[in-house]
Design a protein around this ligand. Structure first.
Ligand code: CMC
Length: 392
């Protein structure tokens, strides 16, 4: 009652103060804890960026070594996870499997449900989930293709271990290609955090009820799944494939995207905050060219993507609405070149976004933020008297 201001989609409502990620959508700037995304993508590693986001500063060598060895210790998951996995049909989308496995951690570690846990215990949950996410993600895929799961290899770095769990087969001696591992590490850095987006706001709002870290992260994974958010990377490749199958005429699809009577949108274009180039898209476009060249992959959809981008950037409709390619536009092309199947693209996004969600959840808890509870403007019926069912 008395509420008159409305902001559907929270287009102009700040819900929190945060010291993690700075984003200037007009200028196309993205910084984590003050460091530019360009510099982090060029010089850092995903594990180091995770530490930076969660703990606020770049680690010293000793801090980094300790962080890495703690993560390595927890990569194995409970054997009963396999039973949960087996319960899913092979048609299950890996995002649904991933969010379920993350929620299942509340059962294996019930102490995570205690809202008054010490900071040391919360840190243990953080380490555990960073360590186990690649295992869950790779196993979700193995379950889908009906292959036996591969156990973590703690002699490998974070990305190489994930790639081995994804692709190794019992009959083969699998060697991780360092070009692939490096490219994946860069992609994860580029997804690591993005302030109060849909999934991150979900993590914070679920966590604000003092739900466990695992339950909050699982909610974030589900929010990320939708095609307007992280699911866009899968939708982009499906769109590019559809254009290719339809003769490769990018211009025709650009016209469809502009037609207000056609529900088709140019996937991987537009952003709530960036009204200028998404800085991540710039880095990813260059990485897509580099990776495809290094791996000797010739993917015809890359040319369709480039044509779409070129046309859109000079088209009145897209210029007027400040629609530029976003992070999802070229990422799928790289994932595909790395051998990652399309249905796993959004899972890759979740792997990358994990440290951001954790950092935001931790900040929200440390700031003792109140429970998230938006209001509404009621527009329904006012007063009605109950009518007996035989009189309706
Ligand atoms: N293709 C065609 N028209 C578009 C597109 C697009 N991709 N995006 C926005 N528009 C139009 C929209 O129709 C509207 O036009 P009008 O003013 O004539 O009604 C105008 O641009 C503003 O769009 P909006 O939907 O009001 O903007 P929003 O801030 O609510 O939505 C968005 C942002 C990202 C959901 C939207 O741009 C979109 O649906 N893009 C495609 C999906 C996508 O790529 N999502 C990934 C986002 S980035 C990373 C992530 O979060 O995962």
């Amino acid at each position: 009652s008395g509420l008159t201001t409305l902001d559907p989609g929270y287009k102009n409502t700040g819900a929190t103060k945060s010291a993690i990620t700075f984003l200037d959508g007009e200028k196309g700037i993205l910084k984590h804890r003050g460091y530019s995304i360009e510099e982090l993508a060029d010089k850092s590693s995903f594990i180091e960026v995770s530490y930076l986001l969660i703990y606020g500063n770049l680690p010293t060598q000793e801090e980094l070594d300790n962080f890495k060895s703690a993560i390595t210790k927890h990569t194995l998951v409970h054997e009963d996870i396999k039973k949960i996995l087996e319960g899913f049909p092979s048609t299950a989308h890996p995002m649904g499997v991933l969010s379920s496995l993350v929620t299942s951690q509340t059962a294996f570690y019930p102490e995570s449900l205690d809202p008054n846990r010490s900071i040391e215990e919360v840190n243990l949950s953080i380490i555990r989930i960073i360590a186990k996410m690649p295992t869950f993600a790779a196993w979700a895929y193995k379950n889908q293709v009906g292959h036996p799961v591969v156990y973590p290899d703690n002699s490998l770095d974070y990305c190489s271990n994930f790639l081995k769990m994804m692709f190794a087969l019992p009959s083969e001696d699998y060697k991780v290609d360092p070009i692939v591992a490096k490219a994946l590490d860069t992609l994860l850095i580029l997804h690591a955090d993005h302030e109060q987006n849909c999934s991150t706001s979900t993590v914070r709002i679920v966590g604000s009820s003092q739900a466990s870290l695992y339950a909050s992260l699982s909610a974030g994974i589900n929010a990320l799944w939708g095609p307007l958010h992280g699911g866009a990377n899968q939708a982009v490749i499906e769109m590019l494939e559809a254009i290719k199958a339809d003769g490769g005429d990018a211009d025709k699809y650009l016209e469809k995207a502009k037609d207000k009577n056609d529900p088709f949108r140019l996937m991987g274009f537009g952003h709530r905050v960036y009204k200028n180039f998404d800085p991540r898209a710039r880095i990813i476009k260059k990485a897509a060219n580099d990776v495809l060249e290094k791996l000797g992959v010739n993917d015809p959809v890359l040319n369709i993507a480039k044509r779409l981008e070129e046309k859109a950037l000079t088209d009145e409709y897209f210029i007027q609405r400040s629609l530029y390619p976003n992070v999802d536009f070229y990422s799928g092309i790289i994932y595909r070149a790395l051998g990652i199947p399309t249905e796993m693209f959004t899972v890759m996004f979740a792997l990358g976004r994990l440290p951001g969600w954790i950092a935001q959840w931790k900040e929200m808890r440390e700031n003792n933020e109140p429970i998230g509870r938006p209001r509404q403007v009621y527009i329904g019926e006012k007063d009605r008297s109950y009518v007996d069912i035989n009189k309706r």
